[in-house]
Design a protein. Structure first.
Length: 246
């Protein structure tokens, strides 16, 4: 069963083992509010487990929750976004074009050092935050109206600044990750996207997955892990997938 269907059908989650602060009321919308669907502010200082539990508990029919950091950049993007929002269409991801970029990467002689060695080590991604993340800005839990996990980025204008892809490319990538791995969007902040995978790849599968991340987020290999094999090692033991662009 796909990870998203697991929550959509409201199966039991591990909330009983996690202490979650009392929920605040959904913020009423008004005409000057840049966010065009329900959301609520999250308590400050929540742990990773509490944030994920809040997110899990927000699933309902026709809605995919997303935690966002209320930074100025994203709020400005919401204020500039098309109103009303575009339809949540069932657009198909064009894998051939994407895989063509990976083939070019593998054929480029200058890419050889970035492939690395099979015994390269990579620190697994197990936490929502790292030392360089800004946790000062408040977090919101959005109730995004979409039947498809990747559809959140047809509505949330995250990306398109610095080296971060625009929302359309993020939606396309998230569609591929959901179809292949049951991975769903969990959180965005600053220049960072966090996905929660439906299953953990084996080391052999993780190499192919690591290659597929390169056109989407080159910094994950070039600046953080140093090689495809190191990222593959990390992905084979990661409970969260973090993509960050400088």
């Amino acid at each position: 069963m796909a990870f998203f269907d697991f929550f959509k059908r409201k199966k039991a989650v591990s909330a009983e083992t996690v202490s979650v602060p009392e929920k605040t009321e959904i913020k009423p919308l008004h005409e000057d509010d840049p966010i065009p669907f329900p959301y609520r502010a999250l308590e400050t200082g929540l742990t990773d487990e509490q944030l994920i539990s809040e997110w899990k508990n927000a699933f309902e029919e026709g809605v995919h929750p997303l935690i966002i950091q209320q930074d100025e950049q994203l709020m400005e993007a919401f204020s500039r976004a098309e109103k009303p929002l575009p339809q949540d269409t069932d657009k198909s991801f064009i894998r051939e074009d994407y895989l063509g970029e990976i083939e070019e990467f593998l054929m480029d002689e200058e890419s050889a050092p970035l492939i690395g060695r099979p015994d390269d080590y990579g620190e697994p991604m197990t936490h929502l935050f790292t030392a360089y993340d800004n946790r000062k800005e408040p977090f919101l839990l959005l109730s995004v109206p979409t039947e498809r996990p990747w559809g959140v980025f047809r509505h949330v204008p995250f990306g398109g600044w610095n080296a971060c892809p625009d929302a359309e490319k993020i939606a396309d990538f998230c569609q591929m990750m959901y179809e292949d791995w049951g991975a769903v969007p969990l959180m965005v902040m600053g220049d960072t996207l966090v996905l929660l995978p439906g299953r953990i790849p084996t080391r052999e599968e993780a190499y192919d997955l690591a290659l597929k991340t390169y056109p989407f987020c080159p910094d994950l290999i070039m600046q953080e892990y140093g090689s495809v094999y190191a990222l593959a090692d990390a992905l084979s033991r990661s409970t969260l997938w973090r993509f960050r662009w400088d």
